[in-house]
Design a protein around this ligand. Structure first.
Ligand SMILES: O=C(O)CCC(=O)C(=O)O
Ligand SMILES: [Fe+2]
Length: 367
């Protein structure tokens, strides 16, 4: 728990960066980054385009179409750790509605949002007004992290809109309309990639215990007058198996390629962006890549993104399947739980190196 953990912060005092900024306890310069952490390219410069995978072709195309798209997806998951999906079956209006609900939530007064604030920094759910101010890394964003279960959503909407039952019901309905199909889609992608690696389809997805281990997230990056120095979310890998992301038209998502170059991902309405998370990377013995990414800011308008992190069991010890361990590709990752990985990252303020501490040899930088 962060609140009252001896930092001299009262339960009602500023605990998170954005809140501290809006309440006048932090200045823009306190967010400025130096050296290699500074944003190197602006939000509206887009580099190489991401590979596109046609989901309808995998689901119901000819054998050739299916093979070609699965091959594109596998190659992209190995090299970029990122790809786009087209014809994925989730209507644009559905994700746009969630985005609109998120905008409405973020526009509430701070004290209203703080009613659903997160007090646990490791397993945080609910509202976070930036990064904890005691962290060295100062995030210029506010987020709403969602437990995408019946009870999780009921609790959230009841706390966020206690006097507006209709609003609460609509928010829940909209979130469910997006997160239910996006959960199924995530599982489908994981299973296709698993099979493409020569494994039984449910090798990893059978560890999906409840939907609780997956989370939805809405990000809001307020307009920032110093986007050349301040970062929305710093370089990080996502913790879970896969992430599916929709970003609005502002631009700002950037991916670190293995040659050390940052590449801006152009916003697109017709596709969703998928990336491989640390858990999937470690469980595939490093064959798939959890790519480091970040969000940069702009000085003209607020930016919003909606993400779904698909996760499997948090607490059971997971191991690399023996089929992925060969003489040329010896075992690289030790058994781990997702929870211990998350705890490590949160306690170390999400360092850039992804699942490296889960490696048997932490100094091995080959992937
Ligand atoms: O807003 C974005 O484009 C990136 C968000 C992100 O990386 C995250 O929520 O983990
Ligand atoms: Fe991320």
């Amino acid at each position: 728990m962060l609140a009252g953990d001896g930092d001299g912060e009262s339960a009602s005092g500023p605990l998170f960066t954005m809140q501290a900024y809006f309440e006048g306890h932090m200045k823009m310069k306190d967010f400025a980054r130096t050296g290699k952490e500074r944003p190197t390219i602006p939000h509206d410069v887009f580099g190489q385009t991401l590979p596109v995978v046609d989901i309808a072709a995998i689901r119901e195309g000819s054998v050739e179409e299916r093979q070609a798209n699965v091959a594109t997806m596998l190659e992209a998951a190995k090299s970029w750790g990122f790809f786009r999906i087209a014809n994925h079956g989730i209507p644009l209006e559905v994700v746009k509605q969630v985005e609109a609900d998120g905008k409405e939530f973020f526009a509430l007064p701070m004290e209203r949002k703080m009613r659903v604030r997160s007090s646990d920094v490791v397993n945080f759910f609910g509202y976070t007004a930036g990064s904890p101010i005691k962290w060295k890394s100062k995030w210029w964003l506010e987020g709403l992290q969602l437990k995408v279960t019946e009870n999780g959503l009921d609790d959230l909407v009841a706390q966020a809109y206690p006097d507006e039952p209709d609003h609460a019901a609509r928010f829940k309905k909209d979130l469910t309309a997006f997160f239910t199909p996006v959960h199924e889609l995530s599982r489908f992608l994981v299973e296709e990639l698993t099979e493409a690696l020569g494994l039984t389809r449910d090798t990893f997805t059978r560890h999906e215990v409840t939907q609780m281990n997956s989370t939805g997230r809405m990000n809001h990056y307020p307009v920032c007058s110093d986007p050349d120095s301040v970062l929305g979310i710093p370089a990080h890998g996502d913790i879970q198996m896969t992430s599916i992301l929709y970003q609005d038209g502002a631009g700002g998502l950037q991916v670190l390629k293995d040659d050390g170059q940052w590449v801006g991902i152009r916003p697109e309405e017709s596709t969703l962006v998928v990336n491989i998370g640390d858990t999937f990377m470690a469980l595939t013995n490093g064959i798939l890549r959890s790519a480091v990414h970040r969000a940069v800011l702009n000085s003209k308008k607020d930016r919003y993104s909606t993400v779904y992190f698909y996760g499997i069991d948090n607490t059971t010890t997971l191991t690399v399947p023996p089929e992925l361990v060969t003489e040329e590709h010896p075992l690289k990752y030790r058994p781990f739980t997702v929870q211990e990985h998350r705890k490590y990252l949160m306690e170390n303020e999400i360092p850039l190196h992804g699942p490296r501490h889960l490696q048997i040899d932490p100094d091995d930088a080959t992937s």
